[in-house]
Design a protein around this ligand. Structure first.
Ligand SMILES: [Zn+2]
Length: 293
């Protein structure tokens, strides 16, 4: 991959100038590839810990010592009734009751008239809620609104809204009624979330179609002035967005890599001259760009 250790942006330019540079790139590039990770939804107020967690999961905290919504999703609950009590609550607040977060709306406003494509590891449906053209979106890791067979015996996903709302409404003492535990309509095995947690993740027809559209978009813009705009991508799965963005920037002298993150903003020295690294609040950056018009 890259030869040298990544470094922080070599020159410390003031916030104002960096935002100006990014705005200019958004306006002048031939195409924009947005890569969004967990930091984008955190900037939208979808916190998975703290007050928002306590408000909805204090009973799970008390019983199991769970401290945030990420870890709670991996907890090996004793019964399916308890497992679905957790998940139905989690999905309800993060998928069905959440509106589109402000940074998502601001971002789409900025790129709406451009030739763009979005790839995301987020599973909370925020891009769709904000009104993205679905043909320009590839959500690689699943969606809270979908179920699949846990085996899986077949490669299909199922909408879960009606069932999730029932589970959330009818649960008591951290358990849903046994008759609401969902089973695969084909083999009878338990259903599970369509989230890439292990190799059982189902990639259905829609997933493959989106993957193909993404690859096609990249191919069509090869060698052009492309802005790779990385927003809130952490270091959990860098192989999906971050590393490919670095590589594609390195391979194309006309490409620009921009990284906005409240945590680490790194880029390899090979592409430092083509990079804009802004360490700060994504929400603030997008608002500042929008207001510069
Ligand atoms: Zn099955």
């Amino acid at each position: 991959m890259f030869l040298k250790k990544p470094i922080s942006a070599s020159i410390k330019i003031c916030w104002e100038q960096q935002v100006e540079r990014l705005k200019n790139e958004i306006e002048t590039s031939d195409a924009i590839v947005v890569g969004a990770g967990a930091g984008m939804s955190a900037a939208a107020g979808m916190d998975y810990d703290g007050e928002r967690f306590e408000k909805n999961f204090s009973d799970f905290h008390k019983k199991y010592g769970i401290q945030d919504m990420y870890s709670g999703g991996f907890y090996p609950y004793e019964t399916p009734e308890e497992y679905w009590a957790w998940w139905s609550r989690h999905i309800l607040i993060n998928r069905y009751e959440a509106g589109a977060g402000k940074p998502y709306g601001n971002l789409l406003e900025l790129i709406r008239k451009k030739d763009y494509f979005v790839i995301t590891t987020n599973v909370d449906h925020q891009f769709q809620l904000a009104g993205i053209d679905k043909k320009r979106l590839f959500y690689t890791q699943g969606d809270y609104g979908l179920w699949q067979c846990s085996k899986p015996c077949h490669q299909r996903t199922y909408d879960n809204e009606m069932e999730i709302r029932q589970m959330a409404a009818r649960q008591k003492d951290m358990k849903i009624p046994a008759e609401l535990v969902p089973h695969c309509p084909v083999c009878g095995a338990p259903m599970t979330m369509n989230l890439r947690i292990d190799t059982a993740f189902v990639q259905d027809e829609g997933w493959y179609a989106a993957a193909e559209r993404y690859e096609d978009f990249i191919r069509r813009h090869m060698g052009r002035h492309v802005l790779f705009l990385e927003l809130g991508v952490g270091s959990n799965t860098p192989g999906i967005i971050k590393y490919p963005f670095w590589r594609m920037t390195a391979e194309n002298p006309k490409a620009v890599y921009a990284c906005v993150n409240s945590g680490e903003t790194l880029c390899p020295p090979e592409i430092a001259r083509q990079s804009i690294c802004i360490r700060g609040d994504i929400r603030q950056v997008l608002e500042d760009i929008a207001q510069k018009d």
